[in-house]
Design a protein around this ligand. Sequence first.
Ligand SMILES: Cc1cc2nc3c(=O)[nH]c(=O)nc-3n(C[C@H](O)[C@H](O)[C@H](O)COP(=O)(O)O)c2cc1C
Length: 366
Amino acid sequence: MAKSRLFKPMKIGNIEIKHRIVMPGVSRMRATDDHVPTDMVLEYYSQRAAVPGTLIITEANLLSPEHSGYTNAPGIWRPEQIAAWRKITDEIHRKGSFMFLQVMGMGRMADPSEAKKEGFTIVGASAIPWMEGAAVPKAMTVEDIKRTVHQFGQAAKNAIEAGFDGIELLAGNGMLVEQFLQDVTNYRDDEYGGSIENRSRFAVEVLQAMVDAVGPERVSVRLSPWSKYLNMGIEDPIPQYSDLVRKANQLDLAYLHVIESRIKGGDDVVSSDKLDFAYRLWNGPVLVAGGYNGDLARRLVDKEYPDRDFAVCFGRHFIANPDLVFRVKENLPLNAYDRNYFYTLKEPKGYIDYPFSEEYLATVKA
Ligand SMILES: Cc1cc2nc3c(=O)[nH]c(=O)nc-3n(C[C@H](O)[C@H](O)[C@H](O)COP(=O)(O)O)c2cc1C
């Protein structure tokens, strides 16, 4: 079982992970009201670094006060946030594992009550609400865009100061950067809209700013080309996302992270659309997420892409299994995840109380 390439090391930027099971960003709403990760967040990630050499990507971090809007999500703009993350990355490194910080702007998905409380304006690529009756975002001006690009560069610097091995830009799942990428959310007629190249421009400028700040080997990007989550859904994503992947490839980033079409946010859907178009345009390591279990992950790395550097992300299973990597390697049954506690504010239940397997515990006691 353990002969699979899933348990062979792989180089990602400056680090070498010891196996190819990765924890992707999963938002859990357990930070403080003013967006600082707590000791409970530290405990949660520490548990999930049970097997040395694991790559953990944090839940999405808010970019800046003006791109906030997610209750009890962590952020990466204040010294207090950097210090709190530093404690967490120190712990993960002490356990021999690695950590990338995921960063996002919420754009039109910002929670209006958070916007009111924190005093910022909800913005987007264009003034298109995410559903009927939702807040109408203000279309960002070019000045807003330039300032935001700069903030992403600063976030990359802050992530490195916080001890992260790198930073992943969330350019999928309906968030701000994707709102620029897709024609269903971008009606602009300036240099940031109206053509494939123009719709990619914001994402490319953000990636360039992050690369300039910390170097390409510490920057990555996450895409969900096929997802219709949060009313996204460009009709034919292939030309748009091909343009972006091609440009990201030229930047020589640490990895490309893509989400399978069978996933809509954190839910399963039926779809057979493929990501091969992106793999063909990308030369470096790939992280892929969406509906994976041990068997599917082995098949992907051993049979489907035996000549490529692929790692597989497990989202929901990592929530419920702190020792997931051990369980997959040893073919042990997985704990079931409890959706009721995915997003319960500041709640330890369903967060740090999922049990380790007896078999894993026996190895640490031994
Ligand atoms: C509770 C929950 C929160 C999530 N939060 C994020 C997030 O912060 N950033 C992100 O890129 N994706 C997020 N996702 C999507 C996951 O990273 C992943 O792509 C999805 O769960 C599919 O993988 P899975 O089938 O292994 O669960 C979230 C999913 C769930 C279930």
